[in-house]
Design a protein around this ligand. Structure first.
Ligand SMILES: NC(=O)c1ccc[n+]([C@@H]2O[C@H](COP(=O)([O-])OP(=O)(O)OC[C@H]3O[C@@H](n4cnc5c(N)ncnc54)[C@H](O)[C@@H]3O)[C@@H](O)[C@H]2O)c1
Ligand SMILES: O=C(O)C(=O)C[C@]1(C(=O)O)C=C[C@@H](O)C=C1
Length: 366
């Protein structure tokens, strides 16, 4: 029997989910978004089968609904759901980066037809909007699911089955532990990235040449500062207490570092850096599995037209598919570094050998 899945909020995440759910047979995908041109784009590009400009009408059609709007709007949409006169059962999930207020709204639902299970794919990008949607966005990422008191294990399995084309790994967490962990590993780092950009910008009045010196290091650590400010404002305030707590800890730690620098405690600083390096290196360790990572090959390329294409073509000729390509650093007329990510060690080793044979300077981390 065909099931109708509604995605409400067809941006980067909603659009990417739609592209995955499309792969399932007997699913009719309908889209709702506040932005008419987003709806038009998603129809024109076959991302959804049908669109609605009215939330209630779309909801009445659906068997499953995924709310993929910014977090505070998701809370509003949950309260709106409760006002809709439903004819059939509705399983609802969301993708919000902060869970507590969303889960509170979900637990407040009074409709006996609605069951809610919170969701959050731990993958994304600094890009926004339906144009940035990608089917492979969630591959190998953790997808957090937060059941409510009312939801059953059968409904949890049903949601997992719907999301299975994303190739995510599911992890069940309650909203409190989710929000604490994501504040540390996602939300607070974002604030720090933006603060580093501000620092550089302030120094630019004295040294106008500063942006030209921004090489791989600054670009790597500040990439996420290019994300959607409205979305992040929403996240920070929905997780306000945890952000404030982390800021206090951070300020205290920076004070300690300042003392170490001012008083010349070289050993202490070295230890601080060594401990950070050990932990960071461990994150990418395939053996430990602390974070799901790809198998990377670093390739030096020259800044010439077609240089990137050539590398891709060589690997394609050997039927090797690349999971992700990132240009880590490239300056006009000089060499740059490509990071090619592969799904498994075999593809990584093979690509390394093939590119070497083709006279490329390549490197892999063992
Ligand atoms: N960007 C990421 O890296 C990321 C990762 C995981 C989860 N999330 C979460 O996913 C959600 C969406 O983020 P995104 O990155 O896709 O943002 P986005 O800006 O790309 O998309 C948001 C979409 O919601 C629509 N929208 C806004 N107000 C609406 C309303 N009232 N009704 C219906 N639609 C509305 C917008 O028009 C837009 O199409 C957020 O809750 C965010 O916390 C984001
Ligand atoms: O890769 C990025 O650009 C992201 O910021 C993705 C990211 C994160 O890793 O913090 C951002 C917000 C989400 O809720 C989940 C993932």
């Amino acid at each position: 029997m065909e099931e109708t899945v509604l995605i409400a909020g067809l941006g980067l995440i909603g659009g990417s989910l739609a592209l995955n759910i499309k792969e399932i047979e007997n699913v009719h995908i309908i889209g709702y978004d506040a932005n008419k041109s987003t709806l038009d784009y998603s129809m024109m590009n076959g991302i959804v089968d049908e669109t609605y400009e009215d939330f209630s009408q779309a909801v009445r059609r659906a068997d499953i609904c995924i709310l993929a709007a910014p977090v505070s709007i998701t809370v509003d949409l949950i309260y709106q759901l409760d006002q809709i006169d439903l004819e059939k059962e509705l399983l609802v999930s969301d993708v919000g980066s902060v869970k507590s207020q969303i889960m509170k709204a979900a637990e407040d639902l009074t409709s006996d037809k609605i069951t809610f299970i919170g969701g959050h794919p731990m993958a994304g990008s600094h890009k926004r909007g339906i144009q940035a949607a990608k089917a492979h966005l969630f591959e190998n990422a953790i997808y957090v699911l937060s059941p409510t008191k009312k939801s059953t294990s059968a409904q949890l399995e049903k949601l997992k089955a719907l999301l299975s084309p994303t190739k995510c790994k599911f992890l069940v967490l309650d909203s409190e532990e989710h929000d604490e962990m994501t504040s540390v590993i996602s939300h607070f780092p974002h604030l720090i990235a933006s603060s580093l950009v501000h620092q550089a910008r302030n120094w630019q009045t004295k040294h106008p040449y500063i942006p030209k010196l921004a090489a791989g290091g600054f670009r790597d650590i500040t990439r996420i500062a290019s994300s959607n400010p409205l979305m992040w404002r929403d996240i920070f305030f929905q997780n306000k207490e945890k952000m404030s707590h982390l800021l206090s800890d951070w300020i205290e730690e920076m004070q300690q570092l300042k003392t170490m620098i001012d008083t010349g405690e070289k050993q202490q600083i070295q230890l601080y850096l060594e401990q950070a390096k050990d932990y960071r290196d461990g994150l990418d360790s395939k053996k430990k599995g602390a974070m799901l990572s790809y198998y990377d090959v670093y390739v030096d390329i020259f800044d010439q037209p077609g240089a990137l294409l050539k590398v891709v073509e060589i690997l394609a000729e050997h039927d090797i598919s690349i999971n992700n390509i990132e240009i880590l650093e490239i300056r006009e007329g000089i060499t740059g570094v490509l990071r090619l990510s592969f799904q498994n060690k075999n593809d990584q080793q093979l690509s390394h050998a093939i590119l070497k044979k083709n006279k490329y300077e390549t490197m892999i981390e063992e």
